[in-house]
Design a protein. Structure first.
Ligand SMILES: Nc1ncnc2c1ncn2[C@@H]1O[C@H](COP(=O)(O)OP(=O)(O)OP(=O)(O)O)[C@@H](O)[C@H]1O
Ligand SMILES: [Mg+2]
Length: 515
């Protein structure tokens, strides 16, 4: 007899529907899996046979052929086990075929019949919902994800015995308990903890308002890491769709199980170590996993000690940051992951960190400082829009009992500025919902500069030697500064502040310069 179950395979976050056909006949015992199945999929026969034996189904007198269709799509992973087992039960006449139609089956079996959680369940479920598959049965370990897809009847089982009960109509699969948590990180670390550093706070606010990437330069202990950790807290709340994207990426990376994923509604904060490999940063490897730049999608990618990162790794980040996605290729399979984080980088001004310090404690030779700076220049630096130099924290600020402005107040201004940008985008005035992504033609339309502004820009190009790219960045930043102010017009003060945020275009960063 022939029976059919529905499952799917993932390419990046995209789920591709797979029909699992099982043909069973009496004969010399065999169990074959065909249909462009990789090793882990072919091994499912061992797991499925053993798990079926646990519920009293003996296949020793049957010839079983499993066909995964369409045959031209590569099948990988162990998540077909449940569909293969379900279709086998139907082919044996132990459960009705109708119980399987319109139901996505997903999950890996262990030899004793337990159903293990699977990576990427949320992406499988969203894909099934798009294909108009109305129901799903997934591992109990994926309950959190099953609760997230609105309009999908997703249920959970924890063993093959339970699946058998459910498919034969003797029991209901359990409903996933919705564990949607309050977004916590926004409240955990607040800007009110940061003393002084007005220039850095202002730069952070502008960067967040326009989605610009931020570079902080300063001596050890000035608060760079502290500020970076608070960027996500001033960004607007995620939409439901954005939240699902974030969780889907962490699910594919296998980070949901370990608790290493943001809660629903929470923006991710990723801070890879400077020794991280190219693959760790951009993604790839045997399993085509997402890298840090994708895990930080919709959140913050913090590159601490930027000068210490390997050149090749930084180079590898360039393309994704520009394109907003990563394409990971491995034998015959390509996976596409979104990658639109806000990049926040931090560095010391010199190897010892105290270059420009009033105490004169910096002992770095001019040659060493030059070599250190040289590591900072180049492709990635070009993409860091806002530069800010942090002086050491003044002792009077540390001694003061006054707290800094809280994140919520800053977030309110950022949200307003972002609303203005979105309104222009929705009205068709621009091609991007945030200023950081404005195209050249957009700049002409929404960054019209008056005469005084033009004179200022001309002087900046002349004296500071701004490149054409830096010129465009100044315009985008000025647009954001005007949006924060609620101004539709771009005027000279906006441009002047924007030019001041491009310190590195003027050459060497130094703490004394900012003072
Ligand atoms: N502006 C500040 N306000 C209050 N506390 C601060 C400030 N700057 C630093 N600190 C204190 O110093 C600690 C170290 O700060 P942080 O790690 O942010 O420094 P950093 O600039 O990243 O230094 P490094 O260059 O060594 O990485 C913080 O945990 C905090 O306790
Ligand atoms: Mg630090």
């Amino acid at each position: 007899m022939l029976a059919i179950a529905e499952s799917s395979v993932l390419f990046g976050l995209a789920a591709f529907g797979v029909r699992v056909e099982v043909q069973i006949a009496r004969g010399i015992p065999s169990f074959d899996v065909v249909g462009l199945a990789e090793a882990a999929v072919r091994e499912s026969r061992v797991r499925v046979k053993s798990a079926l034996a646990q519920v009293g189904v003996d296949l020793s007198e049957y010839r079983v052929v499993v066909n995964l269709a369409p045959a031209d799509v590569k099948k990988r992973g162990a998540s077909f086990d449940l569909a293969i087992a379900g279709a086998t039960l139907a082919a044996l006449g132990l459960v009705p075929q109708e119980a399987l139609s319109g139901v996505l089956l997903l999950g890996e079996l262990s030899l004793n019949g337990a159903v293990h959680r699977t990576r990427g369940a949320l992406s499988h479920l969203r894909g099934a919902h798009e294909r108009k598959v109305p129901r799903a049965i997934v591992p109990a370990g994926n309950a959190e994800e099953a609760a997230l897809v609105a309009g999908m009847d997703a249920r959970c089982v924890s063993s093959l015995a339970e699946l058998l009960e459910v498919l034969s109509g003797r029991a209901d699969a359990s409903l996933p308990a919705s564990r949607a948590r309050e977004p916590a990180a926004l409240l955990r670390e607040d800007l009110s903890d940061v003393r002084g550093q007005p220039a850095a706070r202002r730069a952070l606010e502008i960067a967040a308002a326009g989605g610009h990437n931020l570079l902080m330069v300063g001596p050890p202990g000035a608060g760079k890491t502290m500020l970076a950790r608070r960027v996500a807290g001033v960004l607007p709340a995620l939409t439901a769709e954005e939240s699902l994207d974030v969780i889907a990426i962490h699910s594919v990376a296998g980070l949901l199980a370990s608790g290493g994923a943001p809660a629903y509604g929470e923006r991710p904060f990723r801070a890879p170590h400077h020794t991280a490999s190219d693959v760790a940063l951009v993604g790839g490897g045997d399993q085509a996993r997402p890298g840090e730049v994708s895990l930080a999608h919709h959140g913050v990618l913090f590159l601490d000690e930027l000068a210490e990162f390997r050149r090749s790794a930084v180079e590898a980040l360039r393309q994704p940051i520009e394109d907003g996605h990563v394409i990971v290729a491995r034998a015959q399979v390509t996976a596409r992951f979104p990658a639109r984080p806000m990049v926040v980088a931090a560095t010391n001004p010199c190897p010892c960190g105290y270059q420009g310090d009033a105490s004169g404690r910096c002992g770095c030779s001019a040659e060493r400082v030059r070599a250190y700076r040289a590591r900072l220049s180049g492709p990635l630096l070009d993409r860091l829009d806002v530069h800010v130099v942090l002086p050491p924290v003044e002792v009077s600020h540390l001694q003061s009992t006054a707290r800094g402005e809280p994140s919520a107040a800053v977030r309110a201004r950022v949200e307003k500025a972002r609303d203005a940008q979105r309104a222009r985008y929705l009205a068709g005035e621009t091609t991007a919902p945030t200023n950081v992504a404005l195209g050249t033609r957009d700049l002409g339309r929404v960054c019209a500069v008056d005469e005084a502004g033009n004179r200022l820009l001309a002087a900046a190009v002349d004296r500071l030697g701004l490149s054409a790219r830096a010129y465009g960045k100044v315009l985008r930043l000025a647009r954001t500064i005007a949006d924060l102010e609620g101004s539709t017009a771009l005027s000279a003060p906006h441009l002047a502040e924007a030019i001041g945020l491009r310190v590195l275009d003027r050459g060497a960063p130094s703490a004394s310069r900012a003072a």
